[in-house]
Structure formats: structure tokens, C-alpha cells
Design a binder for this molecule. Structure first.
Ligand code: SF4
Ligand code: F3S
Length: 116
């Protein structure tokens, strides 16, 4: 099993989930964090830290979020490890009200890489 970051995270990326994770298995893209399913130890600690309820256990993923299981696996192998909060995304509170955001999921640079 693993936990999965889903659509609600896109353009919000509050990053409150990073520090509580005991195994540092979050990875950071420009619009979203993802979880490495091979590193996640299924502790569930991160779930209640997310202000927009973006994190689900894979066995409890809503049907319309099933694609995020593969998104988490794919991009956690590419993106850098998320170890600290970076600058908050603009309008993240506004985006928290938007349900359909997957079209904004970019494969481009991460804010961590941009900061180098
Ligand atoms: Fe980290 Fe636990 Fe969340 Fe997995 S379930 S991402 S190990 S805090
Ligand atoms: Fe995303 Fe929630 Fe973490 S918005 S970055 S899963 S705290």
C-alpha cells in the first residue's frame, strides 16, 4: 500500500505534509507534491496535515482520482525530494476552491530547481 497525493494539491501545494513524514518520501513538482509509493510506510500521518484533503490511501482513492496513483509513482522518480517548504504559490487559497485542476499539472521545473 501507499498514500497518494491527488488533484486538490495542484496549484495549492501547502506543503504542510512534508515535515511530519517520518521517511521524507514527498517529491516536488511545480504545481504539486507526490509520494514515492516504494518509500511510503503507510503511516497515514500526512493525511490530516493537508488543508485541502489531497492525500488518500491507495485503497481508498476516489474513482476519479485513480490516475494520480501512476502520477505519484512516475514523478516521484523524476522530481527532487521535498525537504522544506518553498515560497507559497500565488492564489493557493483561491485554487483550493477549484476541483478540476489536473490540466495544470506541469512536468516543467520545480520551484526548488528554479531557486538554484
Ligand atoms: Fe509519509 Fe506516512 Fe504520508 Fe507515507 S503515509 S507519505 S510515510 S507521512
Ligand atoms: Fe499538497 Fe496538501 Fe501537501 S496541498 S503539498 S498534499 S499539504
Amino acid at each position: 500500500m501507499t498514500f497518494v497525493v491527488t488533484e486538490n494539491c495542484i496549484k495549492c501545494k501547502y506543503m504542510d505534509c512534508i515535515e511530519p513524514c517520518p521517511v521524507d518520501c514527498f517529491y516536488e513538482g511545480p504545481e504539486i507534491l507526490v509520494i514515492d509509493p516504494d518509500e511510503c510506510i503507510d503511516c497515514s500521518v500526512c493525511v490530516t496535515t493537508c488543508p485541502v484533503n489531497a492525500i488518500y490511501q491507495d485503497t481508498k482513492l476516489p474513482e476519479d482520482q485513480a490516475v494520480f496513483l501512476e502520477i505519484n509513482r512516475k514523478f516521484s522518480a523524476i522530481w527532487p525530494n521535498a525537504v522544506q517548504k518553498c515560497e507559497a504559490l500565488p492564489d493557493r487559497d483561491k485554487w483550493a476552491e477549484v476541483a478540476e485542476k489536473r490540466q495544470f499539472l506541469l512536468e516543467a521545473q520545480t520551484c526548488a530547481a528554479a531557486a538554484k
